[in-house]
Design a binder for this molecule. Structure first.
Ligand code: NAG
Ligand code: NAG
Ligand code: NAG
Length: 336
């Protein structure tokens, strides 16, 4: 749980940070997950995203970083890519060795779980910010600042010896700085050219309303479904006139298979107060023309939907019977 929370706490502010500048700043982040079950079993896997699009993956089983998107190598030549690949392969080997040595030095207990989040955010005007954070057993312990490694505020004191060793390795520090300050923004700027059409894609949401499971007697759960939109930032709110309903609960963003997003917003209301409520959706693809769906009380619960489906089936059955009857009569007429 801690691990998941750690990842989310890095991902969420960054996704939201993006939404404020509406695509004007671009965040490139790499996540590395390394698990050491004991001193002889380990694996390291990596993923990279530009904004909400996954660009690369690197499985432990492979010695090659895979592009998830055809444009993921940006404007780097294949020679530059080979050089980077070589650096990362060396990095993965020495990372494993270093962790095993530190585990011995500090008599750490296995299993050991390490998560790394590193990358850069590129702002307009060629300004960029870099970050590199490390978590141990789900807790943030260490990061790279400026030109050196620093402990996180709540890191245990025994980490100081590790940081001292890490900071003695000037070659690695220079490489990390070069990757984050030069290579990362160059990759992002390149991808902004090669992946332009996909990055600037806008897909309009569709929205519909339904009634959720009743939260209690004389209460209704109004559900507003918003689906098929891209990019992710979206605003969904239950409204009464111009008044935002603060009880609106947003679900999690769920991915659709075609790379677009789904989100639902629910509101628990007293049965008599549902009339006049509306769900309002704002999204960059709508060009300022918000979607507004009014609750008219006719939104059926699941039971009513089943009834409707049954009614349809019965009608269809009757229709087929009628067809058969007409054909039979025709064939009798032919005989006569
Ligand atoms: C190390 O962990 C792996 C995976 O959990 C296990 O299969 C293996 O037996 C362990 N080896 C030792 C020496 O404990
Ligand atoms: C991960 O990759 C390394 C290096 O190729 C290998 O030695 C190790 O056994 C792999 N781990 C697993 C769990 O497959
Ligand atoms: C942006 O900055 C990078 C390094 O930070 C540099 O290599 C590149 O030439 C700059 N691009 C522009 C358009 O100024």
């Amino acid at each position: 749980m801690g691990r998941v929370l750690f990842l989310l706490s890095w991902l969420l502010p960054q996704v939201w940070g993006n939404s404020e500048v509406l695509g004007r700043s671009f965040l490139f982040r790499c996540l590395q997950i390394s698990s050491f079950a004991n001193s002889s079993w380990w694996r390291t896997d990596g993923l990279a995203w530009l904004g909400e699009l996954q660009t690369h993956r690197w499985s432990n089983a492979s010695d090659k970083i895979d592009s998830v998107k055809p444009w993921a190598q940006g404007t780097f030549s294949s020679q530059q890519c080979d050089q980077l690949q070589y650096i990362f392969r060396g990095y993965r080997n020495s990372f494993t060795r270093d962790v095993q040595e530190f585990a011995k030095m500090l008599s750490l207990e296995y299993p050991i779980e390490l998560q790394l989040s590193a990358g850069c955010e590129v702002y307009p005007g060629n300004v960029s910010e870099k970050f590199f954070h490390i978590a141990y057993q789900g807790d943030y312990i260490l990061s790279f600042h400026g030109t050196a490694w620093e402990p996180a505020p709540q890191a245990p004191p025994r980490l100081d010896s590790v940081i001292k060793v890490l900071n003695q390795d000037q070659g690695t520090r220079e490489t990390v700085q070069w990757l984050l300050s030069d290579i990362c923004p160059q990759l992002v700027n390149g991808i902004l050219e090669t992946g332009k059409s996909e990055l600037e894609k806008q897909v309009k949401p569709e929205a519909w309303l339904s009634r959720g499971l009743s939260p209690g007697p004389d209460h209704l759960l109004l559900v507003c479904h918003v689906s098929g939109f891209y990019p992710q930032p979206v605003w969904v709110m239950w409204m009464r006139g111009e008044q935002e309903q603060q009880g609106t609960q947003r679900g999690d963003f769920l991915p659709n298979a075609d790379g677009t997003w789904y989100l639902q917003a629910t509101l628990d209301v007293a049965a008599g107060e549902a009339a006049g409520l509306a769900c309002r959706v704002k999204h960059s693809s709508l060009g300022g023309q918000d979607l507004v769906l009014f609750w008219d009380g006719s939104h059926t619960s699941v039971g009513l939907i089943i009834l409707a489906v049954l009614t349809c089936l019965v009608s269809l059955f009757m229709f087929i019977l009628a067809l058969i009857w007409i054909r039979k009569r025709r064939s009798y007429e032919d005989i006569l």
